[in-house]
Design a protein around this ligand. Structure first.
Ligand SMILES: C[S@@+](CC[C@H](N)C(=O)[O-])C[C@H]1O[C@@H](n2cnc3c(N)ncnc32)[C@H](O)[C@@H]1O
Length: 277
């Protein structure tokens, strides 16, 4: 098999000599204090900011007065921008010599199409830097005291999208197989399909008494979390009206929950009625 070696460019040289860089940046899960210093510096200094929906205004407001700001996220009742249009916008801005921050919620490489955008830009010879962010699948359990692993019996964790239609012809996620092969799940975008996900997990042999947690708007003013058993998960989500954006955790780790009383909660809200995945 062929091997390949990757060398990073000397960073400072690149920043001085090259314009038209696209920075693919993670904004973290919501609370502006959870953004990285690097992300903040780039947002404050970029010429153009192209951002997704789940980014609180407090973060967008950090852009400089001359920065061009493009909101390519979803709008209530409207479709999000086509991916091809976002790619063209990034290419265009970069070719004009602008330094661009492409800002995505959480981490840009976790269920965010970050890989697609970078591949497109690389094909077009655009210089790119990728800046990781705190993904919601890690922040949400932390804020409610659920450790992602535990030496006493939670050694594996699977990050998985619940957005796929289970009855679609070629599903990528085999829930029945996963039911027996991991200690715990962190499910992104799972609210809409939760009934079929639970059915599949139980059909795959998961105990209906398995503990679960559902966490909405983690790290933000309106965050909420409930824990229950797998057999009650769908009713809990419906009765308590959990909405996207929510993370659902299923498995052993929920049993290791500790209290986390003193985390300072952000006062920030998500922009209203945006993400309906
Ligand atoms: C398109 S995915 C983007 C994930 C993002 N790249 C990340 O790393 O967190 C959107 C999903 O992330 C989850 N999510 C994002 N922010 C969240 C938050 N503050 N609280 C709970 N879930 C969140 C929800 O499952 C939401 O439907």
């Amino acid at each position: 098999m062929a091997t390949s070696e990757v060398h990073l460019l000397p960073y400072s040289l690149m920043e001085i000599n090259v314009s038209g860089i696209v920075y693919l940046v993670g904004a973290g899960p919501g609370d502006p204090e959870l953004i990285t210093l690097k992300a903040l510096r780039l947002i404050r200094t970029c010429d153009a900011l192209v951002h997704d929906a789940l980014i609180p205004l407090d973060i967008i407001k950090e852009a400089g007065p001359k920065c061009e700001v493009y909101d390519v996220g979803k709008r209530a009742g409207c479709k999000s921008f086509e991916q091809a249009n976002i790619n063209s916008l990034l290419l265009d801005l970069s070719k004009k010599g602008k330094n661009v921050v492409r800002l995505k919620g959480g981490d840009p490489f976790v269920f965010s199409r970050g890989g697609e955008e970078v591949a497109f830009l690389e094909k077009n010879n655009i210089d790119i830097e990728i800046v990781p962010g705190v993904t919601s699948g890690i922040a949400a359990p932390s804020y409610f005291g659920i450790p992602l692993s535990h030496r006493d019996g939670a050694s594996s964790i699977t990050f998985v999208t619940g957005h796929e239609q289970i009855d679609k012809k070629e599903t990528m996620v085999n829930w029945q197989k996963l039911a027996k092969s991991t200690d715990s799940f962190v499910i992104y975008m799972g609210i809409k399909n939760i009934q079929s996900i639970v059915n599949e997990l139980i059909a795959g042999g998961m105990d209906s008494n398995t503990l679960c947690a559902v966490i909405q708007e983690a790290t933000l003013r309106n965050q909420k979390c409930l824990t229950t058993k797998l057999s009650n998960l769908v009713d809990t989500i419906n009765e308590k009206n959990f909405q996207p954006p929510s993370i659902i955790i299923i498995g052993k780790i929920v049993g290791f929950q500790v209290k986390n009383y003193i985390t300072k909660l952000s006062n920030v809200n998500l922009p209203s009625s945006l993400n309906k995945n």
